[in-house]
Design a protein around this ligand. Structure first.
Ligand code: DX5
Ligand code: ZN
Length: 229
């Protein structure tokens, strides 16, 4: 398998929590063929976003049963309070919202000093200009293609030009950071995201809980993401 395939990051938010270990094991089984190189873990605090999902105990349990890296998307106010705890629980990268982290540079440096990858996340209405000073320091930028807080929302198409502009910024600055998109990504929208410049796709409901099951859903998403190449 070539390394230039689009990477897929299944979000366990849409998994069946009564059988989370089994769902994750199934994703792991088909990960090599689908280009899955990480799990995406959505942590929500009921403050930064209206919803509450799960936290550190779930990460700890997951870390015991999977070898996939655990990319942790912190949708929480003042995420700097919990960086050490999430790394101790097994997170392999921490993604913080620029809207929630008051001292972003310090937070990014702290994440890296803990030995994990650092990513920053932008809501749909947050302009790319906030990235100008921090972009050289981060391993990944995650652009939300829905407003964060819930799985299964409709993809916001007006975010696509923003993906394009960020791809240009990364190119012009000649840096190696990943460009990931999150929200409403499925077999219909995946290719548009990739054409605009995304190299990592988060997908929750398009992977878990479909009638076709995880193997078929992952295969379809990977095929759509890599079509036309
Ligand atoms: C939304 C989360 C997403 C969510 C995506 O706030 O950040 O990661 O799980 O779910 P889908 O793929 O169903 O839109
Ligand atoms: Zn997410």
């Amino acid at each position: 398998m070539s390394d230039d395939r689009v990477k897929i990051a299944p979000s366990i938010l849409a998994a069946d929590f009564t059988r989370l270990g089994a769902d994750v094991a199934e994703v792991e089984k088909f990960a090599p063929s689908a280009g899955v190189d990480r799990l995406h873990i959505d942590v929500m605090d009921g403050m930064f976003v209206p919803n509450i999902s799960f936290g550190i105990p779930v990460l700890k349990s997951l870390a015991k049963v999977t070898r996939l890296p655990l990319e942790t998307h912190l949708m929480i106010e003042a995420p700097e309070r919990y960086l050490e705890d999430f790394v101790a629980a097994g997170s392999t990268s921490l993604l913080v919202h620029v809207e929630a982290a008051h001292h972003l540079h310090r937070t990014v440096q702290r994440i890296k000093s803990l030995g994990v990858k650092a990513g920053v996340v932008l809501n749909p209405a947050t302009p790319l200009t906030v990235l100008e000073e921090i972009l050289p320091d981060v391993d990944l930028v995650l652009l939300m293609t829905v407003n964060p807080g819930f799985g299964g929302q409709k993809f916001i198409r007006s975010t696509l030009p923003k993906v394009q502009r960020l791809r240009m910024m990364i190119h012009e600055m000649n840096i190696g950071c990943e460009l990931e998109v999150d929200g409403g990504v499925d077999a219909q929208t995946a290719r548009d995201c990739v054409s605009a410049g995304a190299d990592v796709l988060v997908a929750g409901s398009a992977v878990f809980g479909t009638v076709e099951g995880i193997e078929t859903s992952l295969g379809r998403l990977a095929a759509a993401a890599n079509s036309g190449e």
